[in-house]
Design a binder for this molecule. Sequence first.
Ligand code: PA5
Length: 332
Amino acid sequence: MEELYLQWPDRTRLQINSWDKVRVEVKPRSIVFCGMGGSGVIGDYVYMLSYTVKDYPPVIVVKDYLLPEFINSNDLVFIVSYSGNTLETLSCFYKALAKTRNIVVIASNGRLIEEAEDKGIPYKTIPLNLMPRTALPDMLYAVLGVLDSSGLSLVSLEDAVKALEFLASNTKQAVEEAKIIAEHLYDRIPVVVTTSRFYGLGFRAKNEFNENSKVPVKVEILPEWGHNDIVGWEYNGRYPWSILTIHGVNDSVSELLMEFTENYYKQIGLPVKPLILSGNNMLEKLLYGSLVVGLASVYLARMYKRNPAETKSIVQYKNMLHKISHELIKPR
Ligand code: PA5
C-alpha cells in the first residue's frame, strides 16, 4: 500500500499524457462534483483550488445519491468513482442524465464507463488495480485536465507538471514527516484541525486514518471551531486525544488563529503536532499534505498491525446498498 502512495509523482504522469483528451463546450453556471469517499474528495479539492479564482463558476460538492434540484442544462456535472460502480454515484449519474448532457465521467472501469460509452458521454479512465483513495492525484489530474482544456482552467498543464516534480523532490521529506505523525497519533484518538481554506485536506486526513489505520477521527475547521467545538473541550481534555494541526495559509490572521488553537489544546494537556504544508501554490500544498497524511495512515496501520488495504466495513455497507439498489438506481 505504501508503494501506491510513493508512486504518485510517476504514475500521475499518465494523466498529463491525456491532459486534453476530453474537452467540453460549455460555459457553465456551476460545476458539480458527484462522488463518495476517496472519489468524493476530488470535488473538495477542486472547490479549494477554485476558492480564490475571480469569476470562477461556483463549485458544488455532492456526496449523496440525490442531485440538488437546481441543476439543469446550464450546469456541468462531473461523476467521479474510482470503481465506476458506487451506487450513490451511479444514482447521481442517472439523475444528471435526466437533466443535462454536460456530464464528464471519471472512473477506472465498471458500469459508469459502460454507460458513458453507451450514451456517448465523455469520460477519462484511471489506472486499474489501485485502492480508490490512493488514486487521488490520478483522479484530480483527470479533472484538472478537462477543466483546463475547456476554458475553465484552475491549473495549467505547466503548473500540473511542476507540481509532480515538486512532489517527487519532496517525497523523502513527506515520508519522514509521516513517520513522526504516525508516532504522535499512536494509541490516541486523532483530532485534525485546519483552516477553512484547507477543509478538504482535513477531511481527507480523517478518511485516510479511518480507512487505512482503522481509527475514529475528529476534524475541526477554523475559524468555526472557535464558535462551538472549543466549548466541548472544557471538560473532556482528559481523554486520550492527539491533535494534528495542518498549516497551509501564510496570512497573519490564519497563523494567529492556529497559534491560539494550539495553545488552547496544550493548556488542557493534549499533545499537538503541526504539519506545515510545503509547496509553492495551493496544488503543491494539497498534494504534499495528501501524501503525508496518506503515508502516515499506512505507518499507523503498521504500528497497530492492521492491513491498510482491507476495508471490511465498507464492503458490508456496499452489500447492504446493493440489496436496495432497485430503490436507488433508476436507469433512463
Ligand atoms: O477509498 C475508498 O476505498 C473508499 O472511500 C471509496 O472511494 C468509496 O467507497 C467510493 O468508491 P469509489 O471510489 O469506487 O466510487
